[in-house]
Design a protein around this ligand. Structure first.
Ligand SMILES: Nc1nc2c(c(=O)[nH]1)N[C@H]1C(S)=C(S)[C@@H](COP(=O)(O)OP(=O)(O)OC[C@H]3O[C@@H](n4cnc5c(=O)[nH]c(N)nc54)[C@H](O)[C@@H]3O)O[C@H]1N2
Ligand SMILES: Nc1nc2c(c(=O)[nH]1)N[C@H]1C(S)=C(S)[C@@H](COP(=O)(O)OP(=O)(O)OC[C@H]3O[C@@H](n4cnc5c(=O)[nH]c(N)nc54)[C@H](O)[C@@H]3O)O[C@H]1N2
Ligand SMILES: [Mo]
Length: 764
């Protein structure tokens, strides 16, 4: 790390998001790998008809894809999956799991694709090869024994990548097994959306589709880092900016992709220095200050409307919409009138003038889109945050018409789809009666474990067996060190995965690692190459066809592995045609259609609809499937920060060179950090107050739930343009600092964006 005076925040990345910088970084990661050629060929089919749906983010796929419909990070994800490296049996013969537990996330995944099924051998502390048939028989026996003693003691976790077809089979496996223990990555991600919007708008998802971007008059952006995490959306933002649409951004960090953008597919822009300014107003809200900031916006609008009524001027709010379509406005408006500007300014860290300017932009726009990500959902107030965005939009009827709406940006490429096909721990959200009828069994009605519940269950010993369809829970979950300490006591761990990660090297008493095909690979079954499907962030279903040769002949598809586990651990049920489904995934789609005839009407016939099959969305039609039958205004909770003055608010974020716990490299070119992830971004004044100079080693200690000491002594301080009192570090390195109990009310999403911590200098 270079030494610079602590009073000087480091200069921001000098180049815009997209552009040559991003193409160069793709070029490098692609060309270093022996599989470069197949990667280049695959990229031409990414997000295209007849090709595969990108395995990186879930952003919408346009009906008219550009020549290269991918971004730098999508290309990295493709290259990472199609790597020429292999982690085969000889690799595992050379390394004990105790040794592998000392490796970094980056080093573990860099070993390449898993090739053979493996079983843990405690005597040698190694994974050793096992034949597929034996693995399935042993896993089946172990799961059946658990089921006989207590079906609630097994958990079926998913990370949001598996297809609709596999996910449908997986949820059925869990329910036939006898539980609703179907936690998924969504529990750490957009569950605040699913809970919040269901209550206010009657849908668990967003209401915006791609064409809304072409008709919007203003975009409000809260806590979503588009340049890194959904870069293809930059195309829609750039087009909007070319129409002079204002974009107002609320983010504690000045994220490059939200400041400027150069389109890597526009040759003219690549050759000229012209850059598009993305955000027209950038508000560096304190992390955790959005509820206050949104209160400021709503208060301004409601009071401006009160004034307009007094003077018979044009109203600011859409009263016709409010009276026809909503409930709870009067109470909400009163709570906003009662809110105190001094409180709003202190909690948000923003000035009253800046908030008034943003509110004015909102009021002047006919149609507004509200976009948000983890900056809103991963807070104790996560659900209230989401509902405040919904309140803001409802004030001017910005839901359910062209150019307007709410746009939660989902994470994993099929995380929203998994929820649609029944991956949920909440029995009331699953079509249990329909499943009972179709498959002639009594589905479990007891609520299942979500991710926090699963971690709790592992720690208290009530969870005994864990099956993971992808993911890396021991790194992604909160309180990761405490969870790791409890994990080895599990009776059984089974992972279905493409690559090795930390969770795999902490085995249960019996442990299996089953290698699977990735979505980019051709999936050949008895009836030929199979197509799968996924749902994007805007609720459109797309087909996906593998284009690359499998990484190894011994790999099985996720669907085949799930079916084999089901067949091995469940009593025979002639109504569930596991083998027929594996032979022909179209038959799984027929089963999905039979389960949800309205959502998946003529699913197979319409599968190749250009631009995707839109999922019915009642709120888009202004039908409100809420308790009251109306869109619901929600009065937000009033929160005061009562922590001691020296306590800082830690937010954990992603770098440009990672996909969640998959760390491609150690650089974060956008934040000007090179060769390390062990950094803590801090305001120069907060550094000075702690006698910290750039590069000093810190000791960070969690300042809540202090009966349990949670501390991290690894991160070196970097002066940064960040609000006073806020600090930022990377996910997953900071996860040991998040108490399991520190999660969103109602949704249980870990509050990874606002962890109260104390930071001191420590000797190197
Ligand atoms: N390349 C790449 N793409 C990805 C992923 C990846 O890791 N890499 N992950 C995927 C997944 S699973 C998900 S969920 C999404 C995540 O995508 P995002 O939702 O963008 O998630 P983060 O990067 O965690 O943080 C989002 C932003 O929130 C800001 N922020 C932090 N705290 C606050 C706050 O209190 N208020 C506000 N207003 N802003 C705040 C941070 O500065 C950051 O810019 O991306 C998906 N796409
Ligand atoms: N502190 C903090 N913690 C967070 C977050 C945060 O912002 N801050 N974000 C949260 C969010 S939004 C999320 S979504 C979770 C992510 O949590 P997870 O979804 O559990 O984690 P990932 O890192 O996405 O999982 C990566 C692993 O998935 C496996 N994999 C990759 N591709 C495939 C495939 O095609 N099939 C199969 N079967 N396996 C595959 C590989 O083995 C890889 O190592 O983390 C959460 N944790
Ligand atoms: Mo996510």
């Amino acid at each position: 790390m270079d030494a610079r005076s602590p009073s000087q925040p480091r200069p921001a990345y000098p180049y815009a998001a997209g552009g040559w910088g991003s193409l160069k970084s793709v070029g490098l990661s692609v060309l270093r790998d022996p599989a470069a050629l197949s990667v280049a060929q695959a990229l031409l089919k990414q997000n295209k008809p007849g090709g595969f749906a990108c395995v990186s983010c879930a952003w919408a796929k346009p009906d008219q894809p550009s020549m290269a419909e991918f971004c730098a990070n999508g290309a990295k994800a493709t290259a990472w999956e199609l790597t020429g490296q292999r982690a085969g049996p000889d690799f595992f013969a050379q390394h004990t799991l105790s040794e592998l537990r000392t490796w970094s996330d980056h080093a573990l995944e860099s070993t390449g694709r898993l090739t053979e099924p493996l079983r843990y051998d405690a005597d040698s502390d190694r994974y050793v090869p096992i034949a597929w048939e034996s693995a399935m028989a042993e896993i089946g026996q172990a799961l059946a024994a658990q089921r006989a003693s207590d079906p609630q003691s097994t958990v079926f976790y998913t990370s949001g990548r598996a297809s609709l077809e596999t996910s449908y089979m997986y949820q059925l496996l869990a329910r036939l097994y006898g539980n609703n223990n179907l936690p998924d990555s969504s529990n750490m991600c957009h569950e605040s959306t699913s809970v919040g919007l269901q209550e206010t708008l009657g849908v668990p998802v967003g209401t915006v589709r791609l064409d809304d971007f072409a008709h919007t008059d203003a975009i409000f952006f809260f806590g979503q880092n588009v340049g890194i995490n959904s870069p293809r959306m930059l195309h829609q933002l750039q087009a909007a900016r070319e129409r002079d649409v204002p974009i107002v951004t609320f983010n504690p960090l000045k994220e490059v992709g939200l400041v400027h953008f150069v389109n890597p597919q526009s040759p003219v822009q690549m050759l000229t220095p012209a850059q598009t300014t993305i955000s027209t107003q950038y508000l560096q809200v304190r992390n955790g200050g959005d509820l206050a900031a949104l209160t400021g916006l709503c208060k301004w609008l409601i009071e401006a409307d009160d004034d307009a009524q007094r003077t018979a001027a044009t109203p600011v709010l859409d009263h016709t919409f409010i009276s026809t379509h909503t409930q709870g406005f009067a109470a909400f408006a009163d709570s906003m009138r009662a809110a105190d500007w001094e409180h709003i300014v202190r909690e948000s860290g923003l000035s009253r003038q800046d908030l008034a300017q943003a509110a004015q932009t909102y009021a002047q726009a006919q149609s507004v889109i509200g976009i948000y990500g983890m900056g809103l959902t991963q807070h104790v107030e996560g659900v209230a945050n989401v509902q405040m965005v919904s309140n803001l939009l409802l004030l001017r009827g910005n839901i359910g018409r062209l150019g307007a709406g709410i746009c939660p940006v989902r994470g994993h490429s099929n995380v929203q789809g998994q929820r649609t096909v029944g991956i949920t721990e909440k029995p009331e959200l699953a079509p249990l009666d329909q499943l009972a009828k179709l498959y002639d069994f009594a589905p479990p009605r007891q609520p299942g474990l979500d991710t926090v519940g699963t971690c709790q269950g592992v720690m208290d010993g009530s969870v005994r067996a864990f099956v993971g369809l992808g993911g890396n829970l021991l790194r992604a979950a909160p309180d990761s060190e405490r969870l790791q300490a409890a994990w080895s006591a599990l009776d059984l761990t089974v992972h279905i995965a493409t690559k090795l990660n930390y969770t795999h090297v902490v085995p249960g008493r019996a442990a299996y690692l089953l290698p699977c095909l990735g979505r980019i690979e051709i999936d050949r079954q008895r009836t030929g190459a199979q197509t799968v499907s996924v749902e994007d962030s805007t609720g459109c279903f797309h087909p996906s066809d593998g284009v690359a040769q499998p990484a190894a002949a011994s790999l099985r598809s996720e669907a085949a592995i799930v079916a084999a586990i089901a067949q091995a651990c469940l009593p025979d049920n002639p109504r569930v045609p596991w083998q027929t489904w594996v032979d022909d995934y179209a038959q799984v789609r027929d089963a999905i259609e039979a389960t949800w005839p309205d959502i998946f009407n003529r699913f197979n016939q319409r599968l190749r609809t250009v631009g995707g099959i839109p999922k019915p969305n009642a709120a888009r039609q202004r039908e409100w499937k809420t308790a009251s039958g109306k869109a619901q205004f929600m009065v937000p909770p009033l929160r005061h920060d009562t922590s001691a003055p020296e306590v800082l608010r830690l937010m954990t974020v992603r770098s440009d060179d990672q996909f969640n716990t998959t760390v491609y490299g150690l650089d974060d070119r956008f934040r000007n950090v090179w060769g390390t992830r062990d950094v803590l971004f801090m305001h120069p004044q907060d550094m000075a107050a702690r006698q910290l100079a750039e590069g000093d080693l810190t000791q960070i200690t969690t300042a809540i739930d202090t009966q349990q000491l949670r501390t991290l002594t690894r991160l070196r301080v970097v002066p940064y343009d960040i609000p006073l009192g806020s600090v930022a570090g990377y996910f997953p390195e900071c996860n040991p600092l998040i108490p399991l109990s520190h999660h969103a009310d109602k949704s249980h999403v870990p509050a990874a964006k606002c962890i109260p911590v104390r930071v001191v200098r420590t000797a190197p």
